[in-house]
Design a protein around this ligand. Structure first.
Ligand SMILES: Nc1nc2c(ncn2[C@@H]2O[C@H](COP(=O)(O)OP(=O)(O)OP(=O)(O)O)[C@@H](O)[C@H]2O)c(=O)[nH]1
Ligand SMILES: [Mg+2]
Length: 342
């Protein structure tokens, strides 16, 4: 199954919500009753085949209800986007851009969907950047984020992908706060076939980071990924802990860490915005990973993150399995978000 199909299937809640919202905007007709068949497009008359045949057998899309794009409809569009967690500013900007050249014209739900998908893709394209790899050995990736955002899982998935790509990877279990966190990372390390360096519960994560760095360097590893604890209850402690990790890493290599990945949980919706603001103050965040895009109606938050911060989005997580992490593709994401098939 292509990753797009998987993303589309898994992001069903976002796309359903936006898709239904758009249909409702354009049509006053009651929705199809359960069990009632949707109109089927005859194969020869699909939009991909315009011309004579298309004119003789108008496609289902041509029969779609249309409604004039006016102020009221734009306002409702904004509401649909806000409900999908795009945030007020981004929702307004997106709606205004969609109105350009279309205001006062009759528009169908399919046209609206396509317009929205291309607007979302336009916003996301500049931030869609794969995780950069440098020739530095080892390249140090510090992984930060609030509790439960998916840091450990993301490290496991990334380690497995880098390993499969022929890189030698070392993981440091820098969340020394909970014994369970270390065990969880060891499970991922075993799955990925990657060594996990640990320290006793409650010990100093910075000294583990230092040991892991010197060991990874001595071993000639390509990548060192450092997991961290995500306790935000006490921001000063966390700030101090992360600052100390960075300080000791820089004793070994003044250019480290080479990436600081902030892992965000899509289901937290607009809260992700606050998390970016906080973590940017605490750490030198170089890029984002958005997890749990499967089964959330809040995928729109990614659009508002891109619009607001312009930080690179490296990857997205759509499940708990080892291969449920993919590079961020703006077109696939936009189409999945609005519920377009192709
Ligand atoms: N559905 C889904 N679940 C995910 C995804 N990524 C992580 N999870 C789940 O989210 C939960 C938390 O993930 P962790 O990786 O433990 O999060 P963490 O940031 O390390 O959490 P702490 O160590 O407590 O700070 C786990 O149950 C994961 O399986 C994802 O992309 N989709
Ligand atoms: Mg963890």
């Amino acid at each position: 199954m292509s990753f797009f199909k998987k993303l589309r299937d898994k992001m069903f809640r976002s796309s359903d919500k936006i898709g239904e919202g758009l249909e409702a905007l354009v049509s006053d007709a009651p929705p199809l009753a359960a069990g009632e068949a949707a109109p089927v497009t005859p194969p020869e008359t699909s939009a991909a085949k315009p011309g004579l045949l298309g004119r003789l057998f108008p496609s289902a899309e041509a029969d779609e209800p249309r409604r004039e794009l006016d102020d009221a409809m734009l306002e409702s569009l904004e509401d649909v986007l806000i409900q999908a967690d795009m945030g007020v500013d981004t929702a307004q900007r997106v709606s205004a851009n969609i109105a350009e050249g279309r205001f006062g014209k009759k528009i169908s739900a399919s046209e609206l969907r396509r317009a929205l998908a291309s607007e979302v893709a336009r916003i996301m394209t500049p931030v869609a950047r794969p995780l950069p790899l440098y020739p530095t050995k080892p390249q140090v990736m510090l992984v930060v984020g609030v509790n439960g955002s998916g840091k450990t899982t993301t490290i496991g998935k990334l380690a497995s992908q880098f390993k499969a790509a022929g890189k030698s990877v070392v993981i440091a279990a820098g969340d020394t706060f909970r014994a369970a966190a270390v065990e969880q990372l060891q499970v991922w390390g075993t799955r990925a076939g990657v060594p996990v360096l640990t320290a006793p519960e409650g010990s100093d994560p910075a000294s583990l980071a230092f040991d892991a760095f010197t060991r990874a360097r001595a071993d000639g590893a390509d990548l060192l990924m450092i997991d961290t604890a995500g306790r935000l209850q006490n921001r000063a402690d966390l700030m101090e802990e992360l600052a100390k990790i960075v300080r000791v890493l820089r004793k070994v290599d003044p250019t480290a860490p080479h990436n600081t990945l902030l892992v965000l949980d899509a289901t937290t919706g607009q809260n992700a915005i606050t998390q970016v603001e906080i973590f940017r103050k605490i750490a030198d965040v170089s890029g984002l990973v958005m997890t749990k895009l499967d089964g959330t109606a809040k995928g729109g938050v990614l659009v508002s993150l891109a619009d607001k911060f312009g930080l690179p989005i490296h990857a997205i997580g759509v499940g708990e399995q080892i291969d449920d992490l993919a590079p961020f593709d703006p077109d696939d994401f936009a189409r999945a978000l609005v519920g377009l098939d192709v």
